[in-house]
Design a protein around this ligand. Structure first.
Ligand code: GZL
Length: 321
């Protein structure tokens, strides 16, 4: 090869390399996702946080994570910080349904797309978020109601129910109550005689169940708890009152976390309706699609089952959370 040809070839290779550099650099620009988490109130929430952190790492997405300690004002502060930091996408699990329009309008004005995970908001303007991914809480309540109606088939007399509600104003608490009542209202035997929030925690679930037992005692036939953590707290209260959980009082709860399987295997919980916290992979995939300018479904529903105590031992080894 002549000297002239070799020097032309060298120049061409050098040019190709430098011109590719900006493209390569752009292609490697890390996506930055700001995530505001409700708190660390339950086993479910811990598993949800683990799923989001692990999936962000796996996806090569830079995660800015904030724990709001179950306070809406902390979530609003975190979202404003993400806007100031000009993150690529904002995602959050709204601790309650209302009071988000102002901050979501600020995100919209900053042209930062927002994804709702786990819980939704009741904003009329659905352009304020790109997608909502999570469970159908009303259906979870219906599943709990249908299981109870089925269990009580062939019995007679009143079925007195006490209800431990989730966080006041949260989508899961509102919808799990709605779905359950939708099913049991068909039979006047089923009566909710007490209903109060246990804020999704074990401690509060135990405290409120102690009050229910003091007020109603052996009149209670069923406990419907909006999550396993409150049910587990209530089980302690029932035992301390000298009664047998899952025998003297039928116990229905939601989430199907490890603690629920352990309680069912110990014969202390009758059934847990699944509510999967493993939303991390779906969130990271949606985040990448949004940044790439691809469309994302407005609603992504998590598919879920129901686990009565009879199958708990067989299913437990397969559980991922
Ligand atoms: C449901 C989630 C609820 C869980 C609780 O998707 O928002 O919050 O059921 C958790 O355990 O605290």
């Amino acid at each position: 090869m002549t000297l002239k040809k070799r020097s032309l070839l060298t120049a061409a290779v050098a040019l190709a390399f430098t011109s590719a550099l900006p493209l390569t650099a752009m292609a490697q620009k890390k996506i930055v996702l700001g995530f505001s988490q409700v708190g660390a109130e339950s086993e479910w929430r811990t598993a949800n946080t683990e799923s989001i952190k692990a999936s962000a790492k796996e996806a090569g997405i830079e995660l800015k994570f904030s724990d709001a300690q179950q306070k809406q004002e902390n979530q609003i502060k975190a979202i404003r910080a993400f806007i100031a930091q000009k993150v690529d996408v904002i995602a959050f699990s709204p601790v309650v349904e209302s009071g988000w329009d102002t901050v979501l309008l600020e995100a919209k004005a900053a042209k930062i797309p927002v994804v709702l995970t786990d819980r939704s908001v009741n904003s009329k303007d659905t352009s304020l978020y790109v997608s909502f991914m999570g469970s159908d809480f009303t259906e979870e309540g219906r599943k709990a109601g249908r299981w109870l109606v089925d269990k009580m088939k062939g019995t007679t007399g009143d079925v007195n129910i006490v209800e431990l509600q989730g966080t006041v104003g949260s989508a899961p608490a509102i919808d799990r109550k709605k779905g359950f009542e939708e099913v049991i209202k068909a039979d006047p035997r089923f009566k909710i005689i007490r209903s109060q929030t246990g804020d999704f925690t074990r401690a509060k679930g135990k405290e409120v169940m102690e009050a229910f037992l003091k007020a109603e005692g052996k009149k209670i036939n069923v406990l419907y708890a909006h999550n396993d953590d409150m049910a587990i707290g209530a089980i302690q209260a029932i035992e301390e009152a000298g009664m047998k959980p899952a025998k003297d009082i039928t116990i229905i709860s939601i989430d199907a976390v490890k603690g629920a399987f352990e309680a069912m295997i110990a014969g202390k919980l009758n059934v847990s309706v699944e509510c999967s916290p493993l939303l991390g992979p779906q969130l990271m995939s949606a985040t990448k699609d949004i940044v790439a300018g691809k469309s994302v479904p407005k609603r992504i529903v998590t598919e879920e089952g129901i686990f009565p105590m009879e199958v708990a031992a067989k299913e437990f080894p397969k559980r991922k959370y």
